[in-house]
Design a protein around this ligand. Structure first.
Ligand code: ZN
Ligand code: ZN
Ligand code: ZN
Length: 150
């Protein structure tokens, strides 16, 4: 048994991995831990650094593979920034729209889905059936705005 990765987030990830017949390796759990303990979205390099702090040497290729797998499993969400960069945030599969601070890359949840009640009739009249949507909001968080003022 792996010790030290037993918070609700790790248990959640373990359960998903187990259902898919995948092993909860120390690296995988360390990636979950690094992501869920961060308030901001993290780049692959930052995740790699965080995992190295916990486990010592870990190959960057492993981190890339783990993130790809986690994205497929819905354990992480990949966020795309307007400058073309991207980062990752922990996800428990809930339908949520992220607000991303462009100054600190902090990730916040928009209180509710803004287009939940959108009327799709116009799309359906073209024969298109809408199944899902994704919206990311960009701006500046409260902390960064305060710092900018003084
Ligand atoms: Zn943890
Ligand atoms: Zn910020
Ligand atoms: Zn929505």
């Amino acid at each position: 048994m792996l010790r030290g990765f037993e918070c609700e987030h790790e248990l959640y990830a373990r359960e998903i991995l187990r259902k898919k017949g995948l092993k909860s390796t120390a690296q995988r759990l360390a990636v979950v831990h690094v992501l869920h303990t961060s308030e901001k979205s993290l780049s692959v390099g930052e995740i790699h650094d965080g995992v190295k702090k916990i486990l010592g040497t870990t190959g960057l290729a492993t981190i890339y593979r783990t993130l790809e797998m986690f994205e497929d499993l819905g354990i992480v969400k990949r966020l795309h920034f307007p400058d073309g960069g991207y980062g990752y945030t922990f996800s428990q599969g809930e339908h949520v729209h992220h607000m991303i601070c462009l100054a600190c890359r902090g990730v916040f949840d928009f209180p509710e889905c803004p287009i939940k009640s959108l009327d799709y009739t116009s799309a359906e009249s073209q024969g298109f059936y809408v199944e899902d949507h994704s919206i990311q909001l960009f701006g500046q968080c409260g902390k960064c705005r305060e710092q900018a003022v003084c």
